[in-house]
Design a protein around this ligand. Structure first.
Ligand SMILES: N[C@@H](CCC(=O)N[C@@H](CSS)C(=O)NCC(=O)O)C(=O)O
Ligand SMILES: [Fe+2]
Length: 259
């Protein structure tokens, strides 16, 4: 190390060594009580519980969100194959499942959950998205719903109240998007949905999709606006890409749905 560099580092080193050598401050009994009060105040507004779970056959993510205090939970995009895993986790964490929101009918086991979980409100799993969301305001304070059709007619995106998280279902995938060649799919509608309903969220908002095929787990609105190879294109270019994907049918498309 050169003498000049040593000289430049000296003030920082000396501050650090003073910090390391100083004695811990003595806490007076009154300020200790105040710290306890402050700590319990912090505990009162604990961050919501959040889990991202993966099912490898259909490459589907299921999301579990719960209010840390009331322990009320919502499950987004559950799939049939992992019902036992999800129910076990919900039980282990001491949560009460209030609502399960589906992203597309053939992967959904919300009906099965409805039968198994008595705390799920009658019809809760099948309500219109708006109603589902209004009944989960206790969870994560509030999830709002944005209709994002295009992959299918009924696709929605759930957005956390603080707009830090968006669960984009099949509309926006990481560096991709839902295919538009089945179930009332439309590339024009999907392009509009993503640009008007998702890309208008804050750039730092995390994007959590329903599927991933490349090992990615999360992205942000800014990242997708910059790097999504389909949605950074013009509408005519996007339509052309989507009409020529020639994807094989999803592996689980024929799965019997348990409603
Ligand atoms: N071979 C894949 C097919 C995956 C597939 O079609 N996925 C759908 C979402 S599942 S509803 C999709 O929209 N994909 C878009 C894409 O660009 O891949 C499989 O079954 O694993
Ligand atoms: Fe899907």
């Amino acid at each position: 190390m050169s003498a000049a560099l040593l000289h430049r580092l000296k003030p920082a080193v000396s501050v650090a060594s003073r910090l390391w050598s100083c004695k811990p401050p003595r806490i007076e009994p009154s300020s200790a009580a105040a710290s306890v009060r402050l700590y319990s105040g912090l505990m009162e507004s604990r961050a919501p519980l959040f889990r991202q779970l993966f099912e490898s056959e259909s490459s589907t993510y299921t999301y579990l969100l719960a209010d840390a205090d009331s322990r009320e939970a919502v499950l987004i995009d559950p799939v049939l194959e992992t019902v036992d895993r999800d129910l076990q986790l919900i039980s282990e964490l001491g949560l009460t499942l209030k609502v399960a929101c589906k992203h597309l009918f053939y992967y959904s086991y919300t009906g099965l959950l409805k039968m198994q979980i008595h705390s799920l409100p009658a019809g809760g799993a099948f309500l219109a998205a708006e109603t589902v969301v209004s009944s989960v305001t206790a969870v994560n304070k509030c999830l709002t719903v944005r209709e994002t059709p295009g992959h299918t007619d009924g696709c929605v995106t759930y957005v956390s109240e603080d707009e830090r998280m968006a669960f984009t279902g099949d509309a926006l995938l990481i560096r991709g998007c839902g295919r538009t060649d089945f179930q009332q799919g439309s590339p024009h509608r999907l392009y509009e949905s993503v640009h008007k309903k998702i890309f208008t969220l804050p750039g730092h908002c995390f994007v959590y999709p329903a599927h991933d095929y490349k090992g990615q787990t999360v992205s942000t609105v800014d990242e997708e606006k910059k790097f999504n190879p389909r949605l950074t294109k013009t509408l005519p270019e996007f339509v052309n890409i989507m009409n020529n994907l020639n994807l094989p049918k999803p592996k689980k498309i024929g799965t019997v749905c348990v409603y």
